[in-house]
Write a protein that binds this ligand. Structure first.
Ligand code: NAP
Length: 282
């Protein structure tokens, strides 16, 4: 156990899985008390229970961050439970995928609601609390998909680009009042979300659509292995990232060690976006 976040209260959305879960582990190991928020209440509870079993202090809350009242409620819940809110990690995601002509308006709106409007609302409700306390740190999980395009992911690409620039604007507005806001922009990370997309998860893969999700067909095992290999080798380091590698950066940005960093979008992608895309010539 370390003390890089000793005495801090943190709220993590999408904290029941993947990067959010790894961040919860990292925050708790560094002394933060953590509220895990997830639409999947069972997973949120599982993560909070694990943190408590490891000696940490953690609460959990089932909430859909596309519901404005739920977002306001989760911020209030953190303050009611722990007395303050020092760190907000907007990390939950869902996306409707498909070519632009096939995307539904509902799916587009829901994708933007979870990836952009939810971080906006959570930030809006957290700011007055952080101002009263004298400061705070907000870390949004964006993506390299917010810096360029992906096939079949226009809604997600638009949402992640928007959250990067929202972060910059909000950061400069509150920089002089000791609230820092930054983004992390991961490449492909080995989480349940990416395993579902590549058809290699333990559970039936599902994709968010308006008002819920649909089951996706599972790829045959050989095809799963090929997709995963292609995804990994697209990164110059030759593999997918791990949730823990992203959590390490989120921890740094959330901690006082990053006191001169605000309005930044950190690429963390094993070199993927450093590459022009051209193949090696020898
Ligand atoms: P993940 O394993 O699917 O975790 C995301 C969590 O958010 C899930 O528990 C999900 O629940 C929950 N969630 C979905 N919609 C929600 C809502 N409306 N309200 C509250 N919670 C909701 O995903 P991840 O891969 O860790 O992704 C975490 C973040 O990293 C996301 O912002 C994602 O865009 C970003 N990111 C991921 C990658 C990657 O390759 N994995 C790359 C770049 C950026 P359900 O499972 O029930 O939907």
């Amino acid at each position: 156990m370390g003390d890089r976040l000793a005495g801090k209260i943190a709220l993590i959305t999408g904290g029941g899985s993947g990067i959010g879960e790894a961040t919860a582990q990292r925050f708790s190991a560094e002394g933060a008390r953590v509220l895990i928020v997830d639409i999947n209440g069972t997973n949120a509870e599982r993560v909070a229970t694990a943190l408590r079993e490891q000696g940490g202090e953690a609460g959990h809350l089932a909430a859909d961050v596309t519901d404005p009242e739920a977002v306001q409620g989760m911020i209030q819940h953190a303050v009611k439970t722990f007395g303050r809110l020092d760190i907000l990690h907007n990390n939950a995601t869902a996306a409707e995928m498909g070519s632009v002509a096939d995307l539904s308006l509902e799916g587009w709106n829901r994708t933007l609601a979870v990836n952009v409007t939810a971080p906006f609302l959570a930030t809006k409700y957290a700011i007055p609390i952080m101002l009263d306390q004298g400061g705070g740190a907000i870390v949004n999980t964006a993506s390299i998909s917010g810096t360029r395009g992906d096939y079949g992911m226009a809604a997600y690409n638009a949402g992640k680009a928007a959250v990067i620039n929202f972060t910059r604007s909000a950061a400069i507005e509150y920089a002089s009042r000791n609230i820092r806001m930054n983004c992390v922009c991961p490449g492909a990370i080995d989480t349940p979300a990416i395993r579902a997309l590549t058809g290699s998860g333990a559970e039936t893969p599902h994709m968010a659509v308006a008002g819920g999700s649909v089951d996706l067909p599972k790829l045959p095992e050989e095809a799963q292995a090929k997709v995963r290999e292609r995804m990994g080798t697209a990164h110059p380091v030759g593999r997918l990232g791990t949730p823990q590698e992203i959590a390490n950066l989120v921890l740094f940005l959330a901690s006082d060690e990053a006191s001169f960093i605000t309005g930044a979008a950190y690429i963390i992608d094993g070199g993927l976006t450093a590459h022009t895309g051209l193949p090696a010539m020898r």
